[in-house]
Design a protein around this ligand. Structure first.
Ligand SMILES: [Fe+2]
Ligand SMILES: [Fe+2]
Length: 199
């Protein structure tokens, strides 16, 4: 399949999303491309996936649902009622409709919010890139970026662990797909557990 024309996508995207979201999307695309080159994934398609990953945020909830359904992107009840979850399904639908990318890159866009097991390299890269692109403010991002240079699965595990802790501390619900992803990655990887403090 021919590589997408990244400059054409960037020009189109600039007129469709806010400056802030455009800049974030460029950072995600560039960092995802770097990780793709390190870990043997197609850099052009992952770059395009990075550009598209938040495009669904421009829609209201009804339009997100309709767009996802038209492109046969499946979502559940919890996602259906949450723009912050459903935008990944709408973005994946737009990516499929406008560029017909290989399936693994559609899954990468689809999985960048909650993730879902099993979690292929393309999905891991976009999930990590969205969490830890260089302008993200969380201090955990530097650790995830360092891990991602050598082990994508472990970096994805660090990211999903942080996201779950972040939600718990704010009394927010956690989507079952994120818990399933955490359990799945934990079975495959053995993170270093900090020693318990005495007392
Ligand atoms: Fe997003
Ligand atoms: Fe994002």
């Amino acid at each position: 399949m021919a590589a997408p024309d990244r400059h054409q996508i960037e020009i189109s995207l600039r007129s469709r999303i806010s400056v802030k979201l455009f800049e974030h999307s460029l950072e995600v695309a560039a960092y995802a491309e770097h990780l793709a080159k390190v870990h043997g994934v197609d850099p052009d398609w992952i770059y395009a996936a990075g550009l598209y990953h938040d495009l669904g945020k421009t829609m209201d909830l009804d339009a997100m649902r309709r767009t996802a359904e038209e492109e046969a992107i499946i979502f559940d009840e919890d996602e259906s009622n949450s723009p912050s979850l459903l935008h990944s399904a709408a973005s994946a639908a737009l990516f499929r409709k406008e560029h017909n990318p290989p399936e693994e890159f559609i899954r990468a866009v689809r999985g960048h919010t909650t993730g879902f097991a099993p979690f292929g390299k393309e999905e891991q890269i976009l999930y990590i890139a969205d969490f830890a692109e260089p302008t993200r403010p969380y201090e955990e991002c530097a650790s995830v970026r360092a891990t991602a240079e050598r082990n994508l699965r472990l970096a994805a595990l660090e990211a999903v662990s942080f996201k779950i802790r972040f939600l718990i501390l704010r009394n927010k619900t956690i989507h079952p797909k994120s818990i399933a992803l955490y359990n799945h990655l934990l079975k495959l990887e053995s993170p270093v557990v900090p020693a318990a403090k005495g007392g």
